[in-house]
Design a protein around this ligand. Structure first.
Ligand SMILES: C[S@@+](CC[C@H](N)C(=O)[O-])C[C@H]1O[C@@H](n2cnc3c(N)ncnc32)[C@H](O)[C@@H]1O
Length: 250
């Protein structure tokens, strides 16, 4: 069966992973996660792994990764990227139909918005499932898209696109166009996520960046990245970010 992100798989690295802003945001995530993983090899369950950029990074640091996604096309790219790395295995896993795995992990990890495909009830079920599949002292690191993202809001206002400004505030799914496929997307601020994951302890919440990746190579990119630096300096709330990272501890 074809999945929402199948169309996006081929061009995903070009339009997101390899853009200056995409790379910058991923580096913020790696800097944080590398520091919680430390040196000894850890077991990682990666959810919605996409094209496997993170799986490759963690495996190259010596960790064992089960990289999962609902899209077989994404997983094919992950397999290709990680073919020389024995520590990476791939598996189809649908976050809306969570299987019981007979293993617990040091880290369960979801990067860049895969969990924004879940509604509140599904996210709550995911929180319970995570608790069960984390080792004692294990970490759950999620990177998601907030409701109150600032720069996109300003941009839409500037374009006079008033209807879509408040779309992220809705509890109804927003149909986001992903390479021609309308993907149902739900936006959450950090506070809303923490409420749903009350069974775990919050260790950190931070913005991974405030500028959406589609500004890469735009003539305003430099200016916006300057603004990003400023927002970081003043520790502007992660709810205004393009994505935010939340780290839970069991
Ligand atoms: C924006 S991409 C993020 C990919 C990757 N984590 C990264 O860091 O680049 C979102 C991913 O979520 C996956 N996804 C969407 N719905 C899913 C579901 N119900 N179960 C598992 N993966 C899903 C998509 O196939 C896609 O690969």
């Amino acid at each position: 069966m074809s999945q929402d992100f199948d169309n996006a798989a081929k061009g995903y690295d070009e339009t997101f992973t390899n853009t200056k802003i995409g790379k910058q945001q991923r580096q913020v995530v790696w800097n944080y996660v590398d520091q919680i993983l430390s040196d000894s090899p850890k077991s990682i369950l990666e959810l919605n792994c996409g094209t496997g950029e993170d799986a490759r990074h963690f495996a190259e640091s010596g960790h064992n990764v089960i990289a999962t996604d609902i899209s077989r096309k994404m997983l094919t790219i992950t397999k290709g990227k990680c073919q020389t790395l024995d520590q990476v295995t791939t598996q189809v896993l649908d976050l809306t139909n969570l299987p019981n795995l007979d293993q617990q992990f040091d880290l369960i990890f979801s990067n860049f918005g895969g969990l924004n495909c879940l509604d509140r009830d599904q996210l709550k079920r995911f929180a319970e499932w995570s608790l069960k599949h984390l080792k004692k002292d294990g970490s759950l690191v999620l990177v998601m898209m907030p409701r109150d993202t600032l720069i996109e809001k300003w941009y839409r206002k500037y374009k006079g696109d008033n209807n879509s400004i408040e779309l992220r505030q809705s509890n109804q799914p927003t149909a986001v166009n992903v390479d021609g496929q309308a993907v149902h997307t739900y936006f959450y601020n950090p506070k809303g996520v923490i409420e749903l994951f009350a069974n775990l302890n919050v260790a950190q919440i931070k913005a991974t960046g405030y500028v959406p990746s589609y500004w890469s190579e735009h003539r305003l990119e430099g200016l916006l990245l300057g603004l990003d630096l400023f927002f970081n300096l003043i520790s502007l709330s992660p709810k205004y970010g393009d994505h935010f990272l939340v780290h839970f501890h069991k």
